[in-house]
Design a protein around this ligand. Structure first.
Ligand code: 5AD
Ligand code: SF4
Length: 463
C-alpha cells in the first residue's frame, strides 16, 4: 500500500493497516478502503504493529485462502487482549459469506463488512471506537451505488508507479460449478462508461500510463445493466474509448471468460496498439466432459478456435491461463486432455490449483466428493512441470527480440539493473547505462532468460 507523504501523516493520530488476500479486485478494493479511511482522518501505518485499526480483507476462492483469515484473526485477537483499544474488522469475500457468524464466533471482533459495503468502512471504524460492534453485508438497492466512491487520492491510486486498476464491472452470473464468487460478489453489474472514462482520464492526468480494467467476468461488460443508462456500450467499444484517452499507452484487463470473447474483442486486438499483446484466459480443463460438469459453457474446440483467432489478429500474443486439477469425477483420461491442451495452445504461463470444495457451490451441492488427494497432488505436479517447460520455451523464443519495459524499480541483480513488465506481461530484468525512474519506459533487447523472467539490456532511452 502506498504511504502518504510525511506531511499528510503527521497531523493524523489514528493509523490503519489493511491485510489483503486474493485477487486483483481485492487489491483494488483495498486501495478504495484506504482512500475512504484517509478521507476520514486516518493515516496508513507502516507496520501492522503500529496500527490502531486492522482490517483483514479476505478471499474465499479456495479453502486455503479462507484459512488465512483464521490464522491472522487468531494473532490479532490475542494482541487485543493486551491492547483492548485495538479495533479489528473483517472485510471481503469471507466476510460477505459468513456475515454475522463471524461476529458470533469471535466475540472480540469489532466489525464485519462485505465487498459491496466499502463505503460504510469509516462509519464502522468510528462505531467500533465507541465500542459498538457492526455488521454490513447487505446488497444495496441501487446496484450502481457501489461504484459511487470518492476519487482515489494519488497516494492510493497506483499499484506501482505509472499503473492503476479501474473497476468496470463487478459480480458474476455464470455459476461455474466450483466457484464461490457469485455468492460473495453477487450478481453482475456494469459501471457506467462515462464514469470509467472520467476515472481513466484523471489517472492519465496524474501520470498513469497503464490501466488494468477489472471485473470478475470483465469482458461481459455492458451485458447486465441494472441501474445503468440505456445506450451503454459493450466491452470492445469500451476498450476503444479507453485507448483514445491521451496519455494511456497500455491497456490490460482481467479476468475474461471465453464465452464473451466476441469478434469485436478479437478485432480490438488487431486494431488497438495500446491493448497489450497478452490475454489471461482461464480455461480450467482440457476435457469437454469436465468443462461441462464445471458448467463452463464452452468446449475445448471453441477455446482453441478463440486462440487461433487471437493469434491471427495479434501475432505473438502471450496467452496465460488458470487450470483446476482434480475436479470431482475427473479421470486420468480427462486429465491427460488438459495436458494435451496445454501442449496444443503452448501457454506462456498458467496458475494451477487443486480443486477445493466451497460451501454452497453447485459442485458441493451435488455432493460428488473429492478425488484421492495423492492422485490430485500428482496431477498438479505434472501440470506444473509441463508449464515450466512451456514457459522456458516461450522465453527462449523471445531472445534476440526487443521490448518495451515499464520500469517498477531497481532489480535485485544489483546497481544499474532494473526490472519491470513488458507488454506481454513478462517480468524483464535488464541493465542500463544510467539511472531509470520508476514508471518510465525503457527500450530493451532481450539476450537471455530464466524460468521466471527475461534478461536484457537497455538499447536507448525511450523517455
Ligand atoms: N477450487 C480450486 N480452484 C478454484 N478456482 C476458483 N474456484 C476454485 C475452487 N473451488 C480457480 C480457478 C479460477 C481461479 C481464480 O481460481 O482456476 O480461474
Ligand atoms: Fe477471492 Fe474470488 Fe473474492 Fe477475488 S472475488 S477475493 S478471488 S473469492
Amino acid at each position: 500500500m502506498a504511504i502518504p507523504s510525511r506531511e499528510n501523516r503527521m497531523n493524523r493520530s489514528k493509523r490503519f493497516h489493511i491485510q489483503t488476500f486474493g485477487c486483483q479486485m481485492n487489491q483494488h478494493d483495498a486501495q478504495k478502503m484506504a482512500n475512504l479511511l484517509f478521507h476520514d482522518g486516518w493515516a496508513p501505518a507502516d507496520q501492522v504493529e503500529a496500527a490502531d485499526l486492522v482490517v483483514i480483507h479476505t478471499c474465499s476462492i479456495r479453502e486455503k485462502a479462507e484459512h488465512k483469515l483464521y490464522t491472522e484473526l487468531g494473532w490479532l485477537l490475542q494482541r487485543k487482549q493486551a491492547e483492548p483499544e485495538l479495533v479489528v474488522g473483517v472485510g471481503g469475500c469471507v466476510a460477505q459469506q459468513e456475515g454475522e457468524a463471524l461476529l458470533r464466533r469471535f466475540p472480540a471482533l469489532d466489525f464485519v463488512f462485505g465487498s459491496q459495503n466499502l463505503l460504510h468502512l469509516p462509519e464502522l471504524a468510528r462505531e467500533a471506537g465507541a465500542r459498538r460492534r457492526g455488521l454490513r453485508v447487505d446488497y444495496d438497492d441501487d446496484p450502481q451505488a457501489r461504484f459511487e466512491l470518492p476519487e482515489l487520492h494519488p497516494e492510493f491510486a497506483s499499484t506501482s508507479p505509472g499503473r492503476a486498476f479501474v473497476t468496470v464491472m463487478e459480480g458474476c452470473d455464470l455459476f461455474c460449478a466450483y466457484c464461490v464468487v457469485p455468492r460473495t460478489r453477487g450478481r453482475e453489474v456494469s459501471r457506467g462508461s462515462d464514469r470509467i472514462l472520467a476515472e481513466v482520464g484523471a489517472l492519465a492526468a496524474g501520470g498513469v500510463t497503464e490501466v488494468t480494467l477489472l471485473g470478475q467476468t470483465v469482458n461481459a461488460y455492458g451485458r447486465s445493466r441494472p441501474g445503468m443508462a440505456q445506450g451503454e456500450i459493450g466491452f470492445a467499444d469500451l476498450l476503444r474509448r479507453v485507448a483514445e484517452v491521451p496519455g494511456i499507452r497500455r491497456i490490460r484487463f482481467t479476468s475474461p471468460h471465453p464465452s464473451f470473447v466476441s469478434g469485436d474483442l478479437v478485432e480490438a486486438y488487431r486494431d488497438l496498439p495500446q491493448l497489450c499483446p497478452h490475454l489471461h484466459l482461464p480455461v480450467q480443463s482440457g476435457s469437454d466432459r469436465v468443462l461441462q460438469a464445471m458448467n463452463r459453457r464452452y468446449d475445448r474446440a471453441s477455446y482453441v478456435d478463440i486462440v487461433a483467432r487471437l493469434r491471427s489478429a495479434r501475432p505473438g500474443i502471450a496467452l496465460t491461463t488458470d487450470l483446476i486439477v482434480g475436479f470431482p469425477t475427473e479421470t486420468d483420461a480427462d486429465f491427460r486432455e488438459t495436458l494435451e491442451l496445454m501442449r496444443e495452445v503452448r501457454f506462456t504461463d498458467s496458475f494451477s490449483f487443486k480443486y477445493s470444495e466451497r460451501p454452497g457451490t453447485p459442485a458441493a451441492r451435488r455432493g460428488l466428493g473429492e478425488l484421492d488427494p495423492a492422485e490430485v497432488q500428482a496431477r498438479l505436479l505434472q501440470v506444473q512441470a509441463l508449464q515450466a517447460e512451456l514457459t522456458l520455451e516461450a522465453h527462449r523464443a523471445r531472445v534476440g527480440g526487443r521490448t518495451d519495459v515499464l520500469v517498477d524499480g531497481q532489480s535485485r541483480r544489483g546497481a544499474s539493473h532494473f526490472c519491470g513488465r513488458d507488454p506481454h506481461n513478462r517480468l524483464v530484468n535488464f541493465s542500463a547505462a544510467s539511472d531509470i525512474a520508476q514508471g518510465a519506459y525503457a527500450d530493451v533487447t532481450i539476450d537471455g532468460y530464466t524460468p521466471h523472467s527475461l534478461l536484457g539490456r537497455e538499447v536507448a532511452p525511450a523517455r
